[in-house]
Ligand binder design. Sequence first.
Ligand code: NAP
Length: 199
Amino acid sequence: MLALVRTPNAALDGLAATAAGRLRVVTGDLCDPELGARLLSESGDEPLDRLIVNAGITGPKEAPGQRATAAELGELFLTNALAPLRLLEALAPRMATAGVAACLSSQMGSVSLARAADMPLYGASKAALNSLLQSWVAGQQPAFAVLALHPGWVRTELGGTSAPVAVADSVAGLVATMEAKASQRGCAFLDYQGQALPW
Ligand SMILES: NC(=O)c1ccc[n+]([C@@H]2O[C@H](COP(=O)([O-])OP(=O)(O)OC[C@H]3O[C@@H](n4cnc5c(N)ncnc54)[C@H](OP(=O)(O)O)[C@@H]3O)[C@@H](O)[C@H]2O)c1
């Protein structure tokens, strides 16, 4: 099992140390265009059963058209939408037939729910991710499942201390949601409790 981090940290190193060689921590940036090729060479020849693209950023909080710079917008849409799709594309040839590839999206990316009133740029970047995943699945017809997952409003650095969902509960729900989709083809937008969200 490979875990990618941009910034090495002692907690993950400790986890790897207790995993008796089953978890290896690799340092890298999701936005690096060579990341997919590097992970393929680091992961040996075995098929990949699960892929989770978790990294994401909130980006500038201003409403569109106000103070966000081109560089900020580029980083937001590259990190949250294009880079996850690029990594999926790179790793797809190695994905197991019954595999599951998931990208962390957000219910703020639901166009029909329109829940991103406070963070419209972030919501737009996750809507772009959802759209790219749907288009890629429609074009490539992969033999594995592709999921856009909403983890709930979770108490992380991004979610803040007021968020109602603990990391452990979100992760347990996300894992169960992914496992329920193993061996199923197609693209779905689901929350951490396995409920379908409207695109
Ligand atoms: N928390 C919520 O309530 C919530 C709700 C809906 C969706 N989500 C989504 O769930 C995912 C995880 O969110 P979170 O709450 O855990 O966020 P977080 O606490 O801000 O953590 C984000 C992680 O992404 C990493 N990252 C950012 N850009 C990266 C890059 N270019 N390359 C590699 N790693 C990068 C960060 O690394 P560094 O430590 O190096 O910065 C950090 O470890 C995100 O996609 C987020 O949009 C979260």
